[in-house]
Ligand binder design. Structure first.
Ligand SMILES: Cc1ncc(COP(=O)(O)O)c(C=O)c1O
Length: 398
């Protein structure tokens, strides 16, 4: 890649004839056609990244399966792209997601389910669906066992016990959180499953969100713990390493390298001979998507230039709620030199509705279109209708 190009430039996200393009499609034209706010996703990127993960796992083990985590993005075009990628299943976390996965063409055996705090109604729907469930409480094991035939396989989810996440963001940490059995509870959880008539065929651990390279030691340690619980399970078929692989949000970001992840799987988990399962969301779909919005206000207020846009945190909570920075790229002048320092704010009546602070940007004017990148993961899927500002369009290119 040319060193003069910005960090976000890729084989998919390019600049052609001065305008930002996704897989060769001019985003300005697309936005003027569909209106804004508009989410745009690259089908090719979703598929390329799913295949890259399969290829990486194949270097660690002969038995593996990738389940795309639909909680990160459930747009029909994205699900179709995952569905059309040979060997890829889908990971769900609610009965409605299971229904959506079935409607997208995934067979029950290609669907995994992994969630906690489940109601009797949730468990009944899951029992009816026949998908494989990973559970993380004694209560769920007991109640699920009453609903399914004796011998039904289940997975157990364990607490990674580490605080690893993008930017040390505490809201993205999974260790010692609401999820999972403690590894010390493994024998008790196996016993509870047995008493409920269930067969534990899998152990699972989701370590964190957006894992950076600097968390490699923590991932190493957590995979060691996962290996420890796997060894206690006599009916083990699969080991599920969850999601957590991250991407870049800033030029300086260094996400956990796939090679490091592969090597840790090869060292701790592959030797146990079980199928290695992963459930990636962010790594697959974050860089496949952009959110396009229109500038409606450019104005100095108390010595700061504010750029107001027609999209607020109701459409993507990552910057406002989780301090995840998204790149701001003007569609018509994506490579322009910075000409102003501005705050970019949305149209929700909340002080936190700020997309970027003191950001160097090319000159922007009212009516210009900007794109937020990477916006493919946990944007549209987490959208709300706060202030009744929840409307947006979504398209897939390629
Ligand atoms: C159990 C589990 N698997 C997979 C994922 C997907 O994670 P990511 O988007 O980090 O790949 C999550 C995210 O919360 C999760 O909790």
């Amino acid at each position: 890649m040319n060193a003069d190009l910005p960090w976000w430039y890729s084989e998919s996200l390019t600049v052609q004839q001065g305008g930002l393009c996704l897989d060769g499609v001019a985003l300005e034209t697309l936005a003027r056609t569909h209106g804004t706010p508009l989410y745009v996703y690259s089908r090719a990127t979703v598929q390329r990244r799913l295949r890259a993960l399969q290829a990486m796992l194949a270097q660690a083990t002969t038995r593996y399966k990738v389940y795309y985590a639909m909680k990160s993005n459930r747009h029909a075009g994205v699900l179709a792209a995952a569905r059309a990628t040979p060997g890829v299943g889908i990971d769900t976390c609610s009965p409605r997601e299971v229904e959506t996965a079935l409607a997208a063409g995934f067979a029950p055996h290609e669907i995994s389910f992994n969630a906690g705090m489940l109601s009797n109604r949730d468990l009944a729907a899951l029992a009816e669906s026949g998908v494989h469930c990973t559970l993380d409480s004694f209560s769920a094991l007991r109640r699920y066992g009453n609903l399914v035939p004796a011998g039904t396989p289940v997975g157990l989810r364990f607490d990674p016990g580490v605080a690893a996440s993008y930017g040390q963001q505490p809201k993205m940490v999974y260790g010692k959180s609401k999820f999972g059995f403690d590894v010390e509870e493994c024998a008790a959880a196996l016993d509870a499953a047995h008493r409920a008539g269930l067969v534990v065929d899998s152990v699972a651990m989701h370590i964190g969100w957006g894992l950076p390279q600097s968390s490699a030691d923590l991932v190493d340690w957590a995979f060691g713990r996962l290996s420890g619980v796997a060894c206690q399970c006599p009916t083990l078929e699969t080991i599920n390493v969850g999601g957590g692989l991250g991407g870049r949000y800033l030029a300086s970001d260094q996400p956990l390298a796939l090679e490091t992840w592969r090597d840790l799987i090869a060292r701790h988990l592959a030797p146990l001979g079980a199928t290695i399962v992963c459930e990636p969301g962010t790594w697959v779909v974050a860089p496949a998507g952009l959110l396009i919005a229109e500038v409606n206000t450019v104005e100095a207020r108390r010595h700061i230039t504010w750029v107001g846009i027609n999209a607020g945190y109701a459409l993507n909570p990552l910057p406002a709620m989780y301090d995840i920075p998204l790149e701001v790229i003007p569609l018509c002048n994506p490579l322009g030199a910075p000409a102003m320092i501005a705050h970019v704010a949305g149209h929700i009546n909340e002080g936190v509705d700020v997309w970027a602070q003191a950001r160097p940007l090319p000159r922007l004017e009212e009516g210009d279109l900007i794109a937020f990148f990477p916006a493919g993961a946990y944007g549209s899927s987490m959208a709300s209708n706060h202030c009744m500002r929840g409307e947006f369009a979504e398209v897939t290119v390629g």
